[in-house]
Design a protein around this ligand. Structure first.
Ligand code: OXD
Ligand code: MN
Length: 654
């Protein structure tokens, strides 16, 4: 099918030469509504009624259908019946297997080449490069933000998207991030040729016909996703999982609030509501509208006295955000309730406080390491209505992964690994892929907070940053104030994990735990954070934690998990202004000896756990200065520069 140029106008000022980016103008659409219908005439609407949708959505669908040329268009309604129909089809095709020991749980194995987010192929497309990246020093590659020019982007699209859905169905997924119609919520429409994506989006976001009504004439975030394998398929499809790993691209046009994703069906690459929308695009919207979109869990912590505090915490991927969000306190009388485990949208409300919502509706958590010992509440969440991707399976119809050894030991069960091969305890390769995931509805979490869907969010009392830091970094410290807290977040580092394509363990910078998700110039992002500390805002206190410090023999110094409540207890007592429990150090306030509740914990080397070794911090300070100066160059905010200098002085005086 050729494109009639009279129906199309170049899209704004970017990528004007790209046929993929050509858009039907609003005027033309009203005039040619019927023509568009005819043009789509040979692409049947398999489900739903295109003409009852908001005009902007109709145009969006028409343009992209014309570009991608699917065999039909399926407008999702998000209902249970729809999900059942799709699941049945996928089971029949072999893409999903029912895990018969549970209610409505399914296993999916991907092509082993499509198992994680691909940061090297994820881009922000802006006319001005420095909207995306900072002015780094000569020869230094920016690590926050990955820029592509609109011209190059247009070419990349044109070599992928035309006809990319041939022989497949284009699903139209209307979704809300946050409760439908909520004050802090936003609407998106994702087009996708993957039914696995439809099922997962239905868990991770609110997919429903109500979204159209809430949308009205307002704008929405556009997502275009294709597995990149039109039919007839010329290469072998592994595990019934179509993808095109060599041609992957995940690109964002923040000004247009648009996301294009090609070649991968996995997680953050394809569930566009998550990292692409709720972090990269939303951080742009948040900057424009004066709020924050962050890679943070949200938890409500109730003390034995009955008072509740809300905490938002940022950790890099696969560092235990889900475990902390669902912590089972080992201290008696404490209660933790989960609002969210991965993303927080936070806005100052009339009471002057920062209020947070979890824009997601489900958990897409790392499976290995999750067990009744480490996170019983997550286990409770995914006993039904969940999808497991790249985990192993037992002959009893159960999921299996590293960390569940006790549940199979001594039992006569056979295990099939994530690659579909027989596997037994002690085998040298892991049974489940290290980035295998559970995808489960948040409302099934036994400790989901009653206000988790409150449209006004919950008031945040403290923000915590943290990472995997095997040496030098104390269990917890309170920063000296907002600017020092922002500096501490900007200097955040962590050991790499399997959530992305990195190999080997190395301590990497991951500022604000946002490195892979930074939506615009990191210097401007820090400016935005710094600008929030003004009346009548009551900014939360900022802390840093490290559950992962090791002793000289490589043993963890802190038990972690449920015992992390002891750290939260100290944090909350600090918030309440309790005296005598803090000790000033060069990097912040650590617990004074005897101030952390260690009752019943056995032996803990408190001094080593809290120590701030001079040599370590001197070389760390040098490295952080080099990092901030070379990465941010002229974009480094003065306030951060000043914090850096004051921290160096304090460290040298140790
Ligand atoms: C995630 C991630 O999937 O951060 O949440 O990688
Ligand atoms: Mn995450």
């Amino acid at each position: 099918m050729t494109t009639n140029p009279s129906l199309l106008t170049p899209y704004k000022n970017t990528g004007a030469q790209s046929s993929s980016l050509r858009q039907i103008s609003e005027d033309a659409f009203y005039v040619v509504n019927e023509v568009v219908t005819k043009r789509l005439g040979h692409i049947p609407i398999l489900k739903g009624d295109l003409h009852v949708l908001p005009y902007k959505v109709q145009r969006f669908i028409a343009e992209k259908a014309e570009l991608c040329r699917p065999r039909g268009i399926y407008i999702c309604d998000g209902t249970h019946a729809e999900a059942e129909e799709i699941k049945d089809k996928l089971v029949e095709r072999g893409m999903l297997t029912q895990l018969s020991a549970y209610e409505n749980n399914y296993l999916c194995r991907t092509d082993p080449k499509d198992v994680a987010r691909v940061e090297s192929k994820t881009w922000m497309v802006t006319t001005d490069k420095y909207q995306t990246v900072t002015h780094t020093a000569e020869g230094v590659e920016p690590i926050m933000g990955h820029w592509m020019s609109p011209l190059d982007f247009g070419e990349e699209l044109d070599s992928r998207f035309p006809g990319c859905m041939a022989g497949r169905t284009m699903y139209v997924i209307p979704f809300s991030m946050g409760p439908v119609g909520g004050r802090l919520s936003k609407i998106g429409v994702q087009l996708s040729d993957s039914n696995y994506v439809v099922l997962s989006m239905r868990i991770m976001t609110r997919v429903s016909l109500d979204v159209w009504e809430a949308l009205g004439d307002n704008d929405f975030v556009r997502g275009i996703h294709s597995v990149g394998l039109p039919r007839p398929v010329k290469s072998a499809v592994v595990n019934h999982w179509p993808c095109n790993p060599e041609r992957v691209i995940i690109a964002h046009r923040p000004a247009e609030r648009e996301i294009w994703s090609f070649g991968s069906g996995y997680g953050g690459n394809s569930l566009l509501g998550k990292k692409c929308f709720a972090l990269r695009i939303a951080s742009n919207i948040a900057r424009d509208e004066g709020w924050l979109a962050e890679h943070m869990l949200i938890m409500g912590v109730t003390r034995p006295c009955g008072r509740e505090h809300f905490i938002a915490a940022a950790f890099p991927s696969a560092c235990g955000k889900t475990n902390l969000a669902m912590l089972e306190p080992t201290l008696p009388g404490w209660k933790v309730r989960c609002v969210g485990d991965d993303i927080a949208w936070m806005k100052f409300a009339e009471d002057g406080k920062l209020h947070a919502i979890n824009p997601e509706a489900g958990f897409f958590g790392v499976a290995p390491g999750t067990s009744n010992k480490t996170n019983p509440m997550a286990v409770g969440t995914f006993q039904k209505n969940s999808i497991f991707t790249n985990v192993a399976e037992t002959s009893e119809g159960r999921y299996y992964w590293e960390g569940l050894e006790d549940e199979v030991e001594g039992k006569n069960v056979q295990i099939t690994d994530w690659l579909g091969k027989p596997w037994k305890l002690g085998d040298p390769t892991p049974a489940a892929h290290p980035n295998s995931r559970f995808c489960a509805p948040a409302q099934q979490c036994p400790i989901i907070h009653p206000d988790w869907e409150s449209p006004n969010g919950v008031p945040i009392d403290a923000i915590i940053f943290g990472g995997r830091r095997p040496t030098g970094v104390p269990l917890v410290f309170e920063t000296f104030g907002w600017e020092h807290g922002v500096f501490t977040g900007a200097s955040l580092k962590s050991e790499t994990t399997a959530a992305a394509e990195h190999t080997g363990k190395q301590v990497m910078h991951d500022p604000m735990a946002m490195r892979p998700f930074m939506g615009y110039n990191f210097g401007k992002y820090l400016d935005h954070w710094l600008s929030l500390d003004k009346p009548p805002h009551q900014v939360p206190k900022i802390y840093h934690v490290n559950w992962f410090r090791k002793d000289a023999n490589g043993k963890f110094l802190w038990p972690g998990y449920g015992d992390n409540i002891r750290v939260i207890d100290w944090v909350i007592r600090r918030l309440d202004g309790e005296e005598g429990i803090g000790k000033d150090t060069a990097i912040g306030v650590v617990p004074a000896p005897g101030s952390l509740n260690l009752e019943g914990l056995g032996e803990v080397n408190f001094d080593e756990l809290m120590s701030v070794p001079r040599d370590y911090w001197q070389s760390d300070a040098k490295e952080v200065r080099k990092f901030l100066e070379t990465q941010l160059g002229s974009d480094l905010p003065n306030a951060i520069q000043e914090q850096l200098t004051s921290q160096e002085k304090r460290i040298n005086a140790l």
